[in-house]
Design a protein around this ligand. Structure first.
Ligand code: AMP
Length: 288
């Protein structure tokens, strides 16, 4: 097993990429506390690129809650180990001053109407902050020659939709790849924040996937979805405070009103759910 090269500065990252001189580069941005969900992105990148670069950076700008930022798990050594096992070549792990070298950015991206819904409504500023860092990281990891691909998880469906729009709207020369959600054996979508859940809360959190499965099953059988049943399931579950459970258009993320009521489900949709379990905010989703 090869130890990845660690780059702490943008200059070191640039030098490491130049030295590798790859015909293709796969880039995976993360906030660390890596788990096998991230691992599947690394694997996808490993399969189709000569060089795999990941970043580990907890981006303060996308946290609207200072406590959430302070409590976010940080474990660089273990992350480098997981990256090594996945065959990652370069880990970019900068300090905040390296990314926001000129102070917090004055010029910001605006995630627009797509960023105001769902996660954006509950976490004001989250998506603008996320785009601010992804926009920079996509520049910093750009090999400027050969194929350039970046990998994102379907776990963060709204984030993925926004990054697709940013790359299209701002003409980033990168191909985007999305990777399906990786779950625990019991069905909980893997997340760095799961480390903050007690055993009891982890059990309680399973209702998110169970309620999704209820609706996804009906969709697969072209039955009416009766989304209220899933909402009721989540509302009845102990320790769970439901934020939203919606079925949306996978591209626009607009709610599919008629399909969610008492007519047979046809076509395509995306189930999105978010809830607080104890103090931890969790999200999950499934295409139908
Ligand atoms: P994060 O470190 O939470 O910012 O996530 C970094 C990337 O990993 C994002 O593109 C996430 O969507 C993706 N990711 C996180 N958890 C999972 C999961 N359980 N399955 C698939 N991708 C994931």
């Amino acid at each position: 097993m090869k130890t990845p090269k660690i780059a702490k500065t943008r200059a070191e990252l640039k030098a490491a990429i130049a030295e590798a001189n790859p015909g293709s580069l796969g880039f995976v941005p993360t906030m660390g506390a890596l788990h096998s969900g991230h691992g599947s992105l690394f694997k996808a990148a490993r399969e189709e690129n000569e060089v795999v670069v990941i970043s580990v950076f907890v981006n303060e700008l996308q946290f609207n809650d200072a406590t959430d930022y302070a409590n976010y798990p940080r474990q660089l050594e273990a992350d480098v180990q997981l990256a090594a096992e996945a065959g990652v070549d370069i880990v970019f792990a900068p300090e905040a001053e390296e990314i926001y070298h000129a102070g917090l950015p004055l010029v910001r991206l605006n995630s627009g109407a797509l960023g105001d819904m769902y996660e954006g409504a509950s976490r004001p500023g989250h998506f603008d902050g996320m785009l601010a860092v992804v926009a920079k990281l996509l520049h910093l990891a750009d090999p400027r020659q050969g194929q350039y691909r970046a990998y994102f998880g379907q776990k963060d469906a709204q984030q993925l939709a926004l990054i697709r729009r940013m790359v299209a709207d701002l003409d980033y020369p990168v191909q985007l790849r999305s990777v399906p959600i990786v779950r625990s054996e019991k069905g909980l979508a893997l997340s760095s924040r799961n480390a903050l859940l007690s055993e009891e809360e982890k059990e309680a959190a399973l209702v998110l996937h169970r309620s999704i499965q209820l609706i996804a099953g009906r969709a697969a059988r072209n039955e009416p979805l009766y989304v209220e049943d899933a909402i009721g399931m989540c509302q009845m579950a102990p320790l769970v405070e439901l934020d939203y459970f919606v079925v949306v258009n996978p591209d626009t993320l607009q709610e599919l009103a008629f399909n969610c009521q008492d007519t047979p489900f046809t076509g395509e949709g995306l189930i999105l759910v978010a809830a607080k379990v104890g103090k931890v905010r969790l999200i999950d989703n499934q295409p139908i």
